[in-house]
Design a protein around this ligand. Structure first.
Ligand SMILES: [Mg+2]
Length: 265
């Protein structure tokens, strides 16, 4: 078995960020050599502390599938040409940040959009409601760029131009996102799985857990899909031959679902 999991509202509590309830189970999974792979829309800097605190040893996916971080010492590191950062090798799965930034500051985007890279930490904090420290971590982009529209009706134009530049726009609430075309959590799932198998690491059945629409491409590709409920929010319709709906929100729903799957082995 191999587990791919979203973080927010899947592995850790939606409002309180709790994860004490899953700690012993994660430890047990590591002892049993069941890989646990974090797959998040967060940046490297935002994800690495949780990876350390849970003592995880596998690579993790950042920025919604834009790239992966491979711990130095993991078998996958030997075949990686990623850039070293704090004990990890960072690899783009899609397009590196510098390419995305070139597009954001290009003449055709002039007056259309403002990217995180154009904003100060204080401005990001004010716009997102994050603390300055959290805003600084969210600003450490490597593979994707959140942006605001300067002109209200420019989204269609920006999307068209992005597509010509090999990029894709994910429309969000307040911020939209620019990243490499065709990249999402599902693509990242498949690329990583392929890497595990190429290394001869026995993965067995694949399990993916998530709570949001951006998790569905990953859930769709897994042998077993687990949807974690979020209080007051319905999931969009989703069909899967082996779909489990957790009874409780994160983190308890995660623990209950994985324990159930372990008991079936
Ligand atoms: Mg989530």
């Amino acid at each position: 078995m191999i587990i791919f999991t979203d973080i927010d509202a899947t592995l850790i509590g939606h409002d309180d960020y709790r994860y004490e309830e899953i700690r012993p189970l994660v430890k047990k999974l590591i002892e049993r050599r069941i890989p646990v792979v974090l797959v998040s829309s967060k940046t490297f800097v935002e994800t690495v502390s949780l990876h350390r605190e849970l003592r995880l040893i596998e690579p993790f996916v950042i920025e919604n599938g834009g790239g992966i971080a491979i711990p130095e010492g993991h078998p996958m590191a030997a075949e990686s040409d990623g850039r070293e950062k704090n004990g990890f090798l960072l690899e783009p799965l899609g397009v590196p940040y510098a390419t995305i930034r070139r597009f954001v500051v290009s003449r055709r985007m002039k007056g259309k959009i403002t990217g995180f890279g154009d904003l100060t930490v204080a401005e990001v904090a004010r716009l997102t409601g994050l603390s300055e420290e959290a805003a600084a971590a969210a600003k450490e982009r490597l593979f994707s760029e959140p942006f605001l529209l300067k002109e209200r009706d420019a989204l269609e134009f920006v999307t068209g131009q992005a597509s010509e530049a090999g990029l894709a726009v994910t429309a969000g609430g307040r911020f939209h996102h620019l990243m490499g075309a065709g990249m999402d959590k599902g693509t990242a799932f498949s690329r990583l799985l392929e890497r595990y198998r190429r290394l001869g690491i026995e993965t067995g059945r694949t399990v993916a857990l998530g709570d949001g629409p951006n998790d569905l491409p990953m859930l769709a590709r897994a042998d077993i899909a687990v949807l974690i409920p979020r209080p007051g929010m319905a999931h969009e319709p989703f069909e899967h031959p082996r779909l489990m709906r957790a009874e409780h929100p994160a983190p308890c729903g995660w623990r209950e679902s994985v324990e159930l799957l372990l008991s079936e082995r």
